[in-house]
Design a protein around this ligand. Structure first.
Ligand code: SF4
Length: 326
């Protein structure tokens, strides 16, 4: 089933994931580098990371190697939509339509169409009970979301905007950070409402807990890339109480904090490059072992090369898509 339910036609317009992404260069944001191919011919050492690969490395170098260099995943992993991915895709379609100036009537039709798609999507889970919960949650929440935010006049500058910025460059190194924020909007400056500021929006599904901000690569990296200080999480809660279903968390990061993130991150790039040149990515000394949520535990706990190879061949497969942001 995959992405098919999301190519939605209403009248002459097509709304769906097949629409092209807006290049950042068209938004009048600070200059960006073009996308650099992984096999760049430059004599420089090119390291390209995004928030996921950087966080992988910070958590455990070995995990970075499995996920991003060897590029494997559990053979049992099905190519299905999670609730979060499906919700993000629905909001992508919704805001693409909004930024294309779709009328309220067209938006209303669109959300009902998406609601129906979600109610019939069978890829969420094999477990019948969990499948019904996901279908019900997503099909009802998108209608409620529209009711709650339909009159909001956000100046949407871009939806799913891919960017690549140079974090550091000298004669021998080129460190690039990539990302793809869900949306970029222009909004009144909360400190001075007569001025406008750019804000990066990220859609999330979650319970009630707030995220930690200081070391969050996604937030800090997006803000450095877009040269702005404002970020917002747009939450959809999974709790039964629909009054608590939606919430927003506005985050301000000052220039000094962003500069500190950038300096630290460049150091992480250097460590990673060093590991790459040495061909050695160590296991984390803090690996929580059997309680780990890490899918590579069976590889790391193999007692010798024979067992490692057997586990690799029987439990893992090569990922068929590259893990890049755009
Ligand atoms: S199981 Fe532990 S050591 Fe192995 S990759 Fe995962 S976090 Fe790292």
């Amino acid at each position: 089933m995959g992405a098919k339910p999301f190519t939605i036609k209403i009248g002459k317009s097509t709304f769906g994931i097949k629409l092209p992404m807006v290049p950042t260069a068209n938004l009048g944001l600070p200059s960006k580098v073009g996308r650099v191919a992984a096999g760049n011919k430059s004599k420089k050492h090119v390291v390209i990371l995004n928030s996921h690969s950087l966080s992988d490395y910070q958590r455990c170098p070995k995990r970075y190697e499995f996920n991003n260099l060897i590029q494997i995943e559990p053979a049992s992993r099905r190519n299905v939509f999670t609730i979060g991915a499906y919700w993000g895709k629905m909001l992508e379609i919704y805001y693409r339509a909004k930024s294309n100036k779709a009328s309220t009537a067209v938006l209303g039709k669109l959300v009902h169409r998406m609601s129906k798609c979600a109610a019939n999507n069978e890829t969420f889970d094999d477990d019948q009970k969990k499948l019904l919960i996901a279908q019900d949650l997503l099909s009802t929440r998108i209608i409620l979301y529209h009711k709650r935010y339909q009159s909001e006049t956000q100046d949407v500058l871009g939806v799913e905007v891919g960017f690549s910025i140079i974090l550091f460059e000298d004669a021998k190194h080129l460190f690039i950070y990539e990302g793809r924020p869900d949306r970029i909007i222009r909004m009144p400056d909360p400190f001075n409402p007569r001025e406008k500021v750019i804000c990066i929006i990220d859609d999330k599904t979650r319970g009630q807990d707030k995220d930690l901000i200081d070391f969050n690569n996604q937030i800090n990296g997006y803000l450095v890339a877009a040269n702005t200080n404002w970020f917002m999480y747009n939450y959809m809660g999974k709790q039964q109480d629909v009054k608590k279903a939606f919430d927003r968390q506005l985050v301000y990061r000052g220039n000094a904090e962003l500069e500190r993130w950038k300096e630290r991150t460049i150091k992480w790039y250097r460590r990673l490059l060093n590991d790459r040149l040495n061909g050695e990515f160590l296991e984390s000394m803090q690996c929580p072992g059997e309680y780990s949520a890490c899918e590579f535990l069976s590889l790391c706990s193999s007692k010798d090369k024979i067992e490692y190879d057997a586990v690799m061949n029987s439990k893992f497969k090569k990922r068929d898509t590259e893990r890049r942001s755009w």
